[in-house]
Design a protein around this ligand. Structure first.
Ligand SMILES: [Ca+2]
Ligand SMILES: [Ca+2]
Ligand SMILES: [Ca+2]
Ligand SMILES: [Ca+2]
Length: 192
């Protein structure tokens, strides 16, 4: 081997150092943006995991999990605890469940069965709530900035918070069920 040639290992080390340095530079240019993007990546991963759990639940039981958001208990959390009258439940479907789950902005990630188009058949919605777990609708401490919700929509849906399967809370005309600063993503509908 020529003495001055880089080995693959040396190249990899150099590349990873460049990577670390550039992320430090990006961080120092705009630390707030980097933090928000890390939180966004985390919540998208979490939403996909929960969606997957809901799908497994529906496939096993042939029913939808019941609404679980503010004031939901572990016993009410169908992804964690078998509900009475539901057979072929093979959970827990989601480690830790949803009943006490916070998103990175401090509000609860909840599940809501809601008939958004009034055809008598509810759909399953995952809600990035503005209220912390165990509080009530007046809490609002976990609001998510609208530009972040829009980026999340872009990743899981169509990038339009007023259409498709993900909405800004207050774009849903739901009589106050959802509010500004929260997002709702429809993950399951049958026979629509
Ligand atoms: Ca419906
Ligand atoms: Ca709320
Ligand atoms: Ca609220
Ligand atoms: Ca959308």
């Amino acid at each position: 081997m020529k003495k001055n040639a880089f080995t693959v290992l040396e190249l990899l080390v150099v590349i990873s150092i460049i990577g670390i340095l550039s992320s430090i530079v990006l961080w120092s240019l705009n630390p707030k943006k980097t933090i928000e993007e890390a939180k966004m990546g985390a919540v998208i991963q979490e939403l996909l995991e929960i969606k997957n759990a809901v799908t497994m639940y529906v496939l096993d039981t042939g029913t939808f999990p019941q609404t679980c958001r503010l004031n939901c208990t572990a016993a009410d959390d169908n992804l964690l605890t078998q509900p009475s009258g539901v057979s072929n439940w093979r959970g827990p479907y989601l480690k830790g469940g949803l009943w006490n789950r916070k998103h990175p902005w401090g509000g609860q990630i909840g599940l809501v069965l809601y008939d958004s188009n009034g055809n008598g058949r509810p759909e399953v919605w995952l809600v990035l709530d503005d209220d912390a777990p165990g509080t009530n609708i007046w809490d609002n401490s976990g609001k998510i900035p609208q530009d972040i919700l829009e980026k999340i929509d872009k990743m899981v849906d169509d990038g339009d918070l007023d259409g498709g399967n993900m909405f800004l809370g207050d774009n849903m005309n739901t009589g106050g069920i959802f509010a500004p600063g929260e997002g709702a993503w429809r993950v399951y509908r049958v026979g629509e």
